[in-house]
Design a protein around this ligand. Structure first.
Ligand code: SF4
Length: 424
C-alpha cells in the first residue's frame, strides 16, 4: 500500500486567485517576489477582509510591512478568520497595541551588536543579519524592528566588518545567517557571503534561518541546494508553524535540500489560537519527520511589540510537551524554549517528571503517570581519566579527525570553561 503523502491535502486557491498565470511563472521565485501583495487595495481585491483585519491593516500601516507571496496568499481559507495562514500574514487590530512588558528589541540584540551585521550573545556562536527582506512579513515576527526598517541587503562594507569581527573572535565556531530571509539573496550574492564566512578558519559550521521553504518554496531550486551543499557543514533551519503549510511544493522544497545533502531542521513558534494545540503540532512534526526534517525548537512567542495576541501562557507549551513526550518518538518532540526578554538568551522548559530526589534514589513519574525509582550509584566521581589524553592527541594530530571542514585545527573548549559535574 502506498504511504500517505506527508504534504497536507488541502488544495491551493491559485487558479481562482491568479487565473492565466502560467506554471512557469508560478514556479519562478522571482515572479513570486515581484508579485508580492503589499497594499490593502490589492489584498482586499483578492480576499474578503474582516472588519478586524481592516482595522489592523490601518493601525499597523506605519509600524510593520505588509507583504505576502501569491503562493502563500493562495493557501488562505477565505471563509475562516482563524485560518492559520491568514493569521500569520494579515494583521488584526490587536497588533497595533503595545502590551505590558513588550519591547521593540525583545531579545536585547542591539546591546550585543558589535558591528551592523553581527549579534554576538553566546560564547561560540553569532547571528549574522544578511538582509531585511522576507517573502512574507509574518505578523508574529520578533525582529520586526529590522525587517520593517528598510536597511536593505548586507552591503560589502558590512560584510567585510563582520568577517573581520569573526577573525578577531576565534571562539566563534558557528554562524547563524538570518535577517530577514537570507535565501532571498541571489545565488551569486549568497555564494559570496558563504565563501567569505567560511574563509574564516575558526568558523566550523553555518546555519541558515529561512522561511522560504514555507512561504516561497519556488526559491529552493536544485542549483540553490547544490550551492548550499558546497558549504557543508551547513544546516537550513526552516520555520513551519502549521501542517497547513506543508503543501506539495513545500515538501518538494525541503526534499530538494535533504536529497542534496543539506540537513534541514525546523523551528516553530507557538502561536495562540493558530497552532497552540498538541494535536496540530504532533501532526506537523510527524509530517516533517517523514520529509526528513527534524523538529528542533518550539519557541514561546517573544515579547515583541504587538504580539500579546499570539502569546500563550507558559504552561501551555509545557502541557503540549507533556502530551508529546512518551506518546511519540523523541525525534518528534522539540525543545520548548523561552528567549528571555532583554537578552538573557534561551532557556528550555519541560514537564517535571521528578517526584522526589533522595540521596539513594530518585523517584519519577512516567508519561503514563506511574511511579518508578532510579537508584543512584555509590561512586560519584564523574571525571573521565582519558579526557586529557584525548584532547592532547586531538590537538596534536589535526589530520586524524581534529581538523574542521575548512582546514583549521578544531577548537577544544578549555576544561575550566565547561561547567562540569553540575550538582542538582
Ligand atoms: S520570515 Fe522570519 S524574519 Fe521574516 S518576517 Fe517572518 S519571522 Fe520575521
Amino acid at each position: 500500500m502506498p504511504r500517505p503523502s506527508p504534504a497536507c491535502g488541502i488544495p491551493s486557491r491559485r487558479h481562482a486567485l491568479y487565473p492565466g498565470v502560467s506554471d512557469a511563472e508560478w514556479g519562478d521565485w522571482r515572479w513570486q517576489a515581484r508579485h508580492m501583495v503589499e497594499t490593502v487595495d490589492e489584498l482586499s481585491r483578492r480576499l474578503p477582509l474582516t472588519p478586524d483585519e481592516l482595522r489592523g491593516l490601518e493601525s499597523t500601516r506605519r509600524k510593520f510591512r505588509l507583504g505576502i507571496t501569491p503562493y502563500y496568499l493562495a493557501l488562505i481559507d477565505p471563509e475562516h478568520p482563524f485560518c492559520p495562514i491568514r493569521r500569520q500574514a494579515i494583521p488584526v487590530e490587536a497588533e497595533g497595541v503595545v502590551g505590558e512588558g513588550e519591547l521593540e528589541d525583545p531579545l536585547g540584540e542591539e546591546k550585543t551588536r558589535p558591528t551592523p551585521a553581527i549579534v554576538h550573545k553566546y560564547p561560540d556562536r553569532v547571528l549574522l543579519l544578511a538582509t531585511d527582506r522576507c517573502s512574507v512579513y509574518c505578523r508574529h515576527c520578533t525582529r520586526r524592528r529590522l525587517t520593517g526598517a528598510d536597511s536593505g541587503e548586507l552591503n560589502r562594507t558590512a560584510l567585510r566588518e563582520a568577517v573581520a569581527y569573526l577573525r578577531a573572535h576565534p571562539a566563534v565556531r558557528d554562524v547563524l545567517v538570518s535577517g530577514g530571509d537570507p535565501l532571498l539573496l541571489s545565488d551569486d550574492r549568497l555564494e559570496e557571503l558563504l565563501a567569505d564566512l567560511t574563509s574564516v578558519p575558526t568558523v566550523e559550521m553555518i546555519r541558515i534561518g529561512s522561511r522560504v521553504p514555507v512561504t516561497c518554496p519556488q526559491r529552493v531550486t536544485p542549483a540553490l541546494a547544490k550551492l548550499l551543499r558546497a558549504f557543508a557543514p551547513l544546516y537550513v533551519i526552516t520555520h513551519f508553524n502549521h501542517p497547513r503549510e506543508l503543501t506539495p511544493e513545500a515538501a518538494a522544497a525541503v526534499e530538494t535540500l535533504v536529497d542534496a545533502g543539506v540537513p534541514v531542521e525546523n523551528q516553530s513558534v507557538l502561536l495562540r489560537r493558530v497552532n497552540s494545540s498538541a494535536r496540530l503540532l504532533l501532526d506537523l512534526n510527524h509530517r516533517l519527520l517523514r520529509l526528513r526534517v527534524r523538529p528542533y525548537y518550539l519557541h514561546q512567542c517573544d515579547v515583541a511589540e504587538g504580539l500579546e495576541q499570539f502569546r500563550t501562557p507558559l504552561s501551555q507549551g509545557i502541557a503540549i510537551l507533556e502530551q508529546m513526550r512518551g506518546h511519540t518518538s523523541g525525534l518528534a518532540v522539540p525543545h520548548f524554549a523561552v528567549d528571555l526578554p532583554g537578552g538573557g538568551g534561551k532557556v528550555t522548559l519541560q514537564p517535571d517528571y521528578v517526584v522526589e530526589r533522595a540521596e539513594r534514589a530518585w523517584t519519577f513519574r512516567s508519561y503514563k503517570g506511574e511511579r518508578y525509582a532510579y537508584p543512584e550509584p555509590r561512586e560519584q566521581d564523574c571525571d573521565c581519566p582519558w579526557e586529557a589524553t584525548y584532547f592532547a592527541r586531538a590537538l596534536q594530530k589535526p589530520g586524524a579527525g581534529g581538523e574542521s571542514a575548512h582546514g583549521a585545527a578544531m577548537k577544544v573548549p578549555a576544561r575550566e570553561s565547561v561547567p562540569l559535574n553540575v550538582k542538582v
